[in-house]
Design a protein around this ligand. Structure first.
Ligand code: PMP
Length: 406
């Protein structure tokens, strides 16, 4: 398939919008992505014509919705190539998924003196739940340091691994630097010492094909809203045996088999981990987004985004005093930078008035900012609907803003 950018942009109605009288240039895709019309229409139609709670009703609408919800689970299963349908658990998002495992895995497998490894470039969502778990269990949290280019120091990682390591939790891709981590190797090394591995796929899943079986990861998580789907929905993949051994992290409807005051028994997988009325419309919306991406082709998306990254990197580097944070060999289409001593917030504000949406600040990665001894960066995170022309506009905007602020 040829990559038809005009057609692709027309699939996303929000992109036709003007901001302060200027065409919107949306480069905050690391925070959340825009939604194609097909996702908006699907969610609308479900609310308009089909809404009914799943799994409980015998009536027509409920049965139809249940079927579509379970079909969405199948779409996700195939998307990441999980072995079993019941290894796919719908959650509220990546954060929901990490907290779920941090509690349940912690209860089943972590004891005092055990060790958990994260990396210096993790999002707060992949730090704080583990910290909380370690505090609860009297376990120790260890950190893989990174190089100045923003790559994991794999030699240091190897030194951290030992028989006490129970879990390694790393991001597939850094949201603040764009670094693609060597997760296959990380997983292999962890398994060699008997540790399990959680992969935070929040920034990885939308940029290329993920195969959890080929990776052999024990857990994997992502959010719908970063995948061109709705907010408030995400997924957690876990290997059958682990999910089976782990206790539920929330009690309520749907996750039970039988309830009495003397004893309650739990439902089978995946329902054991889906307490309460789930976000079924979100799940179907997310599956629709996945199908949309599959139609474009994940390889086409990855190729085009790499071109955007190369172009943006070369272009922005021409600005005097601009420093890029995150110069890893393998990167996704994120450019994080600072210019001279200009505060990122000031630059971001001026760009906003030009219709250019970028992110400024710590990107929920304060330990990473501490590592570089900076308060934050400006982050342009590009998606497959961004254009080379928009990168030119970003460049021109930065040159102008720099003149105003210096
Ligand atoms: N991990 C990474 C790498 C992220 O970029 C994000 C979102 N910025 C999260 C986790 C958390 O995702 P959510 O807020 O959708 O739960």
């Amino acid at each position: 398939m040829t990559f038809d950018i005009t057609k692709i942009r027309s699939d996303f109605p929000i992109l036709a919008q003007q901001v302060y009288g200027k065409p919107l240039i949306y480069m905050d895709n690391g925070a959340t992505t825009q939604k194609p019309q097909i996702v908006i229409d699907t969610i609308n139609a479900l609310h308009t014509e089909q809404n009914a709670s799943i799994h409980r009703g015998v009536h027509f609408l409920s049965e139809q919705m249940t079927e579509r919800y379970e079909h969405a689970r199948q779409t996700v299963q195939q998307y990441i190539n999980a072995e079993h349908l019941y290894e796919i658990i719908f959650t509220s998002g990546t954060t929901g998924s990490v907290n779920a495992i941090a509690f349940s895995f912690g209860e089943a497998y972590i004891k005092a003196g055990d060790e958990v490894i994260v990396s210096e470039m993790e999002h707060h969502s992949n730090i704080v739940p583990w910290q909380m778990m370690c505090n609860r269990k009297n376990a120790k949290l260890l950190v893989i340091p990174i190089t100045d280019d923003g790559e994991l120091k794999m030699d240091e990682y190897k030194k951290l691994l030992n028989s006490k390591t129970k879990l390694v939790a790393v991001g597939q891709v850094s949201n603040a630097l764009g670094t693609i981590n060597p997760i296959k190797e990380i997983i292999k090394l962890a398994h060699a010492t008997g540790a399990k591995v959680f992969i935070d796929g929040a920034q990885g899943i939308q940029h290329g094909k993920v195969d959890v079986r080929a990776l052999d990861c024990d857990f994997y998580a992502f959010s719908g809203h970063k995948l061109y789907g709705p907010t408030g929905i995400g997924m957690l993949y876990g290997k059958e045996k682990l999910l089976f051994d782990m206790p539920p992290y929330q009690g309520g409807g749907d996750m039970v088999e039988r309830v009495s005051f003397s004893k309650t028994t739990y439902n089978t997988l995946p329902f054991k981990f889906e307490a309460g009325t789930s976000n079924y419309i979100g799940a179907i919306g997310m599956a629709t987004a996945i199908e949309y991406l599959q139609n474009i082709g994940l390889e086409n998306i990855a190729d085009y985004e790499q071109q955007l990254l190369q172009y943006a990197t070369q272009k922005l580097k021409q600005i005097d005093g601009l420093r890029i944070y995150g110069n890893a060999h393998d990167k996704i289409s994120i450019v994080s930078f600072l210019i001279g001593n200009i505060h990122p917030y000031d630059l971001g504000m001026i760009l906003d008035k030009m219709g250019i949406a970028v992110r400024t600040g710590t990107h929920c990665a304060m330990p990473l900012m501490d590592r570089f001894e900076i308060e934050g960066t400006i982050r342009a995170s590009m998606a497959f609907y961004n254009t080379f022309g928009e990168i030119d506009k970003l460049y021109e905007g930065l040159v102008k803003a720099k003149m105003m602020l210096e």
